[in-house]
Design a protein around this ligand. Structure first.
Ligand code: HEM
Length: 373
């Protein structure tokens, strides 16, 4: 396919082929993972340069020798035991919010489950696992969404300039923190990684480690609003929360595509792939491959193939925050699904044009007239 600027991509949709590409980082390298899909004009590059913005390969786009070590340091910070230790705290926080949102619904007022519940939970949780710059939650959210738009959306020049200024400014905050901050930043420095690498790792973590999960929580709650039988099963215990999360990841992944670039000439599913080709791996589509899932388009927690989705990628670069994302989603499903009983969707999530991220902006509900409180 040709994209909006005429660049050709090979779009990979079948589960087996997406998996084959992800599992072979030698033939299909991750180097283009963070390339801007709308090439940046010199004016925007100047804005970034003015902020001394640099993003050397650290995690997702790093096929170099430093990747395993950087990844190991990040993985240690997100170790399953450390994640599990946050669960009681998060449960209390979500339960408290859900009680207040339920009371608001009882008054007949609308509730935005993105802004009022899902938006900041992942960032608050991440901050307890990884020391982060002392920036207000709102500023981090804005920076992260600006970065997702700048690198993955079709844009005009004016918008690119505005986004470059926003992303550049936050890069400055990260640079200061990378030079002095403790926790993960300190460990990366102690392992001998230069300041640019520390900034790059923090930059990616602040985007990938919270915005993705906020998006997922919103999309999953919206999906559950239209799945009363699944909610009934959750209530009676016939449907497991973990199965709902997995089916949600399969059908409502916040990251719909991910890219690789061919390092050598190869053949994929009978199609020639010349060296240098950009491959767009359609993760969301692979999750609906009838070769893998029994009823691909239906939300059936626990069905055969439900867990075989590729929403976290696969292979050497597979998402290192999957345990954290799953824990957060499980807490939110368990605590917040009852809020969806007897409500009307006032405003479903709207997702802007973006190659990779869904970026829902709101999800507003209101108690239906006559529904029991
Ligand atoms: C539902 C939420 C999330 C989804 C769907 C998701 C999805 C992904 C995907 C598709 C990749 C690329 C994998 C590949 O190239 O094979 C990735 C990489 C990554 N993710 Fe996530 N992610 C989520 C949440 C998180 C969280 C919570 C964190 C950390 C706090 C995180 C940190 C990372 C990192 C560091 C990488 C790069 C790993 C590497 O290159 O070695 N992600 N994620």
């Amino acid at each position: 396919m040709s994209d909006h600027v005429g660049v050709r991509h090979l779009v990979v949709t079948r589960h087996a082929l997406v998996r084959q590409v992800l599992a072979d980082p030698v033939t299909y390298r991750p180097d283009n993972a963070l390339d801007a899909v709308t090439p940046m004009p010199v004016t925007a590059l100047r804005v970034l340069a003015g902020h001394r913005f640099r993003l050397p390969p650290t995690l997702a786009n790093n096929s170099g020798a430093s990747h395993p070590e950087i990844r190991a340091i990040v993985a240690a910070a997100l170790h399953p035991e450390r994640v599990a230790a946050q669960r009681p705290w998060l449960t209390v926080l979500v339960r408290d919010r859900v009680a207040r949102l339920g009371a608001r619904l009882d008054t007949g007022a609308p509730v935005d489950l993105y802004a009022d519940l899902a938006a900041d939970l992942p960032l608050l949780t991440l901050a307890r696992l990884v020391e982060l710059p002392d920036a207000p939650v709102g500023a981090v959210k804005e920076f992260a969404r600006a970065a997702l738009e700048l690198f993955w959306a079709p844009l005009d020049t004016d918008r690119q300039l505005a986004l470059a200024a926003e992303v550049g400014q936050f890069h400055r905050v990260l640079r200061d923190f990378a030079a002095t901050g403790g926790g993960l930043a300190g460990e990366l420095r102690a392992a001998g990684h230069p300041p640019d690498v520390v900034v790059g790792a923090l930059f990616f973590l602040l985007v990938a480690g919270q915005e993705t999960t906020s998006q997922f929580l919103t999309l999953l709650l919206h999906r559950l609003a239209g799945e009363p039988a699944v909610r009934a099963g959750l209530r009676t215990g016939d449907v497991a929360v973990a199965d709902v999360v997995e089916e949600g990841l399969r059908l409502e992944p916040p990251i719909v595509t991910w890219r690789r670039v061919a390092a050598t000439d190869s053949t994929l599913g009978g199609t020639a792939v010349p060296a240098g080709s950009s491959l767009v791996l359609w993760l969301a589509r692979a999750g609906r491959d009838p070769a893998v899932v029994e009823t691909p388009d239906e939300f059936r927690p626990g069905q055969r193939g439900s867990r075989r989705h590729l929403s976290f990628g696969a292979g050497a670069h597979r998402c290192v925050g999957d345990v954290l994302a799953r824990m957060e989603a499980a807490v939110v499903v368990a605590e917040a699904a009852p809020l969806l009983d007897g409500v009307t969707v006032v405003r479903p999530p709207w997702c802007p044009d973006n190659l990779t991220f869904r970026m829902p902006d709101a999800f507003v509900i209101r108690r239906s007239a006559g529904a029991p409180a």
